[in-house]
Ligand binder design. Structure first.
Ligand code: ZN
Length: 263
């Protein structure tokens, strides 16, 4: 309980939600930028939280690196194959659904995500920019082919060494995600930048806003006169300039936002 004269955490959070709803109502263009934190309630660990799930005893910067893929595809896929398997039964949560609902209601123009887990599209988001790619397809680095997830899983399961391969040249397939050591997809980044420049409000959900170049996107919104809201656990470099700061109970906060908007 808060002492008399003090504002309780719930009251403060309620005031921030009300402010966020007001910004959404007043904005011509609203865009969301999401990171690992929005998928944590779906049971996908944030690899920056040490000692969680798949990433236990694994340095993702090493194993999910493009050099690791080229150096030892068997080792790479022994890790990535587990990741594909663990994402199979994962479901979008109410935070993903809330963003899809905002879009259907005409209150959100697009979702830009750092996540590769496909949960936004499965929740129904239509305007989606996956700046780190996704697991939806894998490809051969030599042949012009894209192989859908189900087929990759089938080849993964059938391969004696656990490496899904190209049907034409037998080279290992590479997941359609941006690995460490790889450049982001230029077209996706350009689209994300243009959305952020045009946004009157950028709602950052579950991202620490530390990984470049995505970390620079909120600055584009601010430089163009837009506002930034941050719904994220832990500090971010933009906390001091955020119009709204909520602490990353992403399901609770986005559900309350929908309610405040009468959705
Ligand atoms: Zn090939």
């Amino acid at each position: 309980m808060a002492a008399p004269g003090q504002i309780s955490a719930a009251e403060r959070s309620g005031a921030e939600i009300a402010r966020l709803a007001e910004l959404v109502r007043g904005a011509g263009s609203v865009v969301a930028l999401t990171g690992a934190g929005i998928s944590v309630p779906s049971g996908i660990p944030d690899f920056r939280s040490p000692g969680t799930g798949l990433w236990l005893n694994v340095n993702p910067m090493e194993v999910a690196h493009i050099d690791a893929f080229h150096a030892d595809a068997t080792r790479f896929w022994s890790f990535y194959g587990q990741r594909f398997a663990s994402l199979r039964d994962t479901q979008p949560n109410r935070a993903h659904e809330a963003l899809a609902e905002l879009e259907r209601a005409g209150r959100l123009d697009a979702v830009i995500t750092q996540n590769v887990d496909m949960l936004h599209r499965r929740a129904g988001s239509r305007e989606l920019v996956e700046v780190h790619g996704s697991i939806a397809t894998s490809r051969c680095l030599r042949c012009p082919c894209e192989i859908a997830l189900d087929e990759v899983r089938a080849r993964l399961a059938a391969a004696a060494d656990g490496v899904p391969r190209c049907e034409h040249c037998d080279r290992p397939l590479k997941p359609g995600v941006v690995l460490f050591g790889e450049l982001l997809n230029r077209a996706a980044l350009d689209r994300a930048s243009s959305l952020c420049e045009q946004a009157d409000l950028l709602i950052c959900v579950g991202s620490s806003l530390e990984v470049h170049p995505v970390a620079a996107l909120p600055g584009l919104t601010r430089d163009a006169g837009g506002a930034v809201a941050i719904l994220t656990q832990g500090p971010t470099p933009l906390d001091a300039v955020a119009e709204v700061r909520l602490y990353g109970d992403v399901v609770g906060e986005l559900t309350q936002l929908l309610r405040a908007l009468g959705l």
